[in-house]
Ligand binder design. Structure first.
Ligand code: SAM
Length: 280
């Protein structure tokens, strides 16, 4: 039973970090004409209304993308990210938020491919209606962990994989590691992006070190912490992106924007970021 619905969280601080990193990686891939494949193992609905009852219930986007929306003093790559969100909002008002498939759809070229997995029937239906008929796109209602292998390696041997589970139970942490181990045996040179939540769970705290251990060559780890967890240790203090085989440009690009993200998205004085990497 899947209870998680990303619509509650669309456009929050974690989506900002995740989609900024995704945009930067895809733009790097675009520098060569040769096609590549983007795989989203946990794709969600593709796009979300910020005026619907889910988003309004928690209003998480107010502490996320809404804080960036009207700023004219952002570093270039954050300006570019906001421009993508604006492209998704034809009316000029922040009313919708693009999920990772939409960020990719707006960034990929005609020669590139998308493989999208989403298990929730409602989100899958919305995603399939949005992108299912597009050239080069396949949308499947299937388990993204189990089925990633069917997409690797891409025939062009260029590919980006986003692994963005909901981490509802404890199993997703272990499945991320097992899935990556297998994927790397099939496609060692792929670029793999893993999102993880900064929550009070031992599995979450250990995940970056476990990811380092499976990364054969280079990796990059960016974490943005914006708020204190509540008294019970619940709540999303922040989130991280771990990138295996990152573009060599990514570290510099993130170093230029993470301090601004702390300033703009931080909800307490202790807001901070971490940026570390192992270059190939
Ligand atoms: C964090 S959301 C994805 C958000 C999306 N990647 C984005 O950035 O817009 C996680 C999604 O994974 C779906 N899901 C959960 N388990 C799954 C699985 N094993 N395979 C594929 N999708 C799954 C959930 O229904 C949910 O929509």
């Amino acid at each position: 039973m899947l209870a998680y619905r990303h619509a509650f969280h669309a456009g929050n601080h974690a989506d900002v970090l995740k989609h900024l990193v995704l945009m930067l990686v895809l733009r790097y891939m675009n520098q060569k004409d040769k096609p590549y494949r983007f795989v989203d193992t946990h794709a969600g609905a593709g796009g979300y209304s910020l005026e619907g009852r889910y988003a309004q219930k928690k209003g998480e986007f107010e502490q996320g993308v809404a804080r960036l929306w009207d700023r004219d003093d952002l570093p270039q790559s954050l300006t570019d990210y906001v421009a993508l969100v604006r492209q998704f909002n034809a009316g000029g008002k922040l009313a919708q938020y693009p999920g990772s498939p939409a960020i990719a759809q707006m960034t990929l070229r005609p020669q590139d491919q998308m493989r999208l997995f989403e298990l929730h029937p409602t989100d899958h239906r919305i995603l399939a209606a949005y992108l299912g008929e597009q050239r080069g796109v396949e949308v499947r209602m299937a388990d993204g962990f189990d089925n990633l292998k069917s997409t690797l390696p891409p025939s062009s041997r260029r590919g980006v994989v986003l692994i963005d589970p909901s981490y509802e139970g404890h199993h997703d942490y272990g499945r991320v590691i097992a899935t990556l181990r297998d994927a790397l045996t099939r496609f060692a040179e792929g670029v793999y992006l893993v999102w993880y939540p900064q929550v009070s769970k031992v599995e979450a705290a250990q995940l970056p070190k476990r990811l380092e251990a499976v990364a054969p060559k280079g990796w990059l780890h960016a974490r943005l912490s914006v708020q204190v967890p509540d008294a019970q240790g619940f709540g999303l203090a922040g989130s991280g992106m771990f990138v295996i085989n990152p573009p060599y440009t990514l570290h510099g690009e993130l170093a230029a924007v993470l301090p601004t993200l702390v300033d703009v998205l931080g909800q307490y004085d202790g807001a901070n970021y971490l940026l570390e990497h192992k270059a190939v």
